[in-house]
Ligand binder design. Structure first.
Ligand SMILES: *Cc1c(COP(=O)(O)O)cnc(C)c1O
Length: 376
């Protein structure tokens, strides 16, 4: 069976995990966490990056820092992972879902402004498949309406928009290092803080509501409980695993891009014959090959496709059920404007096997079977 995903392993993970154990430092914020934070700050040119226990907890932390009041609204796409939405709900907001663009599956920046009311506080831009949202337009809207922009860049680590790394453009960015993402630590994530006025609040929130980070830097004599908070520090064991991956970030990225480009070249033939759609990368975006998907004609064709591939021992999977049609989406949110593409496009989309070190022969087989399916 050809898997849909295999978590990345570069070979040095055990050495670093053993180092953490030998150093007797396995809780959070040790040398590996610090190395990962510093690597991302330097590589992505980010003001501040802090590892968290997951992409979800990075989003939770971010939305808590937005200081939302009951009745405040958060604008987001309906085509996203539940974490994007639940973070806003936990922070007390009402959800306002906006339609997506069919070409990137990202929030349609031209449909945001009509959804803004005097209660809107935040826009969440989720970069689907590691391909950037139209950030200049979104940032311009936010500026004019005095809104916070949160980038859910869980899938976008190492991707850029007009030369800037995803996660560093909005007020905040959130990364995920789950085993299904390009770089992993099993479970983990990071928050990117692009406005230094939030640095101190972030440290307190992440450290159970205490000013322990200040204490470690010698800025206060003793640490104490200063505000509400939570525990968002991942273990050093996980950070050690991630460190191994970040050291090989370019190699992982290039390997994934090779596989992505191979799919693209082979399947463009079916796209040209208007049999399927494949992803297009907008100008100004460099992507990280997080995902390769095709779009079938409709839901029925997609079901037969997944079935056919499975019979041939290839795992292909569909993706999000639009949140506005999910039970919690109905309860906590509303869709503003017409659902022109969200439902229709989500029903056509199917993801192909893509991971670090995807075997070339396996990929050939996937491609050949897709072509075979569409010959019938
Ligand atoms: C993976 C993902 C998350 C959540 O990340 P976890 O690390 O699994 O908590 C959030 N948003 C999007 C868009 C994701 O793809």
């Amino acid at each position: 069976m050809i898997s849909f995903n295999i978590p990345p392993v570069v070979g040095t993970e055990c050495t670093y995990i053993k180092e953490a154990i030998d150093n007797h430092k396995i809780c959070g914020d040790g040398q590996f966490t610090k190395k990962c934070n510093a690597w991302m700050e330097e590589r992505f040119n980010a003001q501040k990056v802090l590892l968290t226990t997951s992409g979800t907890s990075a989003l939770d932390m971010t939305l808590l820092m937005c200081d939302l009041q009951p009745g405040d609204e958060v604008i987001l796409p309906s085509y996203t992972f539940s974490s994007t939405a639940t973070a806003a709900v936990l922070a007390g907001a009402n959800l306002v879902f906006v339609d997506i663009r069919p070409d990137t599956m990202n929030i349609d920046e031209t449909k945001i402004e009509v959804a803004i009311t005097d209660r809107t506080r935040v826009i969440i831009a989720m970069h689907y498949a590691g391909i950037a949202c139209e950030m200049d337009t979104i940032m311009d809207i936010a500026k004019r309406h005095n809104l916070i922009v949160v980038e859910d860049a869980a899938q976008g680590v190492m991707s850029t928009y007009k030369g800037r790394y995803l996660g560093t453009i909005g007020t905040f960015g959130c990364y995920s290092f789950h085993e299904t993402k390009n770089y992993s630590m099993g479970e983990g994530g990071a928050i990117v803080i692009n406005d230094s006025k939030y640095n101190e609040r972030a440290e307190i929130l992440r450290e159970k509501g205490t000013n322990r980070s200040k204490f470690y830097r010698g800025q206060v004599d003793k640490y104490t409980w200063v505000d509400f908070g939570d525990s968002y520090l991942p273990s050093e064991l996980n950070a050690a695993y991630l460190w191994a991956q970040l050291e090989k970030a370019d190699e992982i990225n290039e390997n994934r891009l090779d596989s992505w480009n191979k799919y693209y070249a082979a399947l463009a033939i079916l796209r040209d014959k208007r049999i399927i759609d494949i992803p297009e990368i907008p100008n100004f975006c460099e992507h990280n090959a997080h995902m390769f998907y095709i779009k079938c004609k409709d839901l029925d064709e997609r079901s037969s496709f997944i079935e056919f591939m499975k019979k041939n021992e290839i795992m292909t999977v569909f993706h999000y059920i639009p949140l506005h049609s999910a039970p919690a989406g109905v309860k906590y949110g509303k869709f503003v404007g017409a659902d022109e593409f969200t439902t229709k496009e989500s029903e056509r989309l199917v993801r192909l096997p893509l991971y670090y070190m995807l075997d070339k022969m396996d990929q050939e087989k996937v491609i050949n079977k897709i072509i075979e399916f569409y010959k019938k």
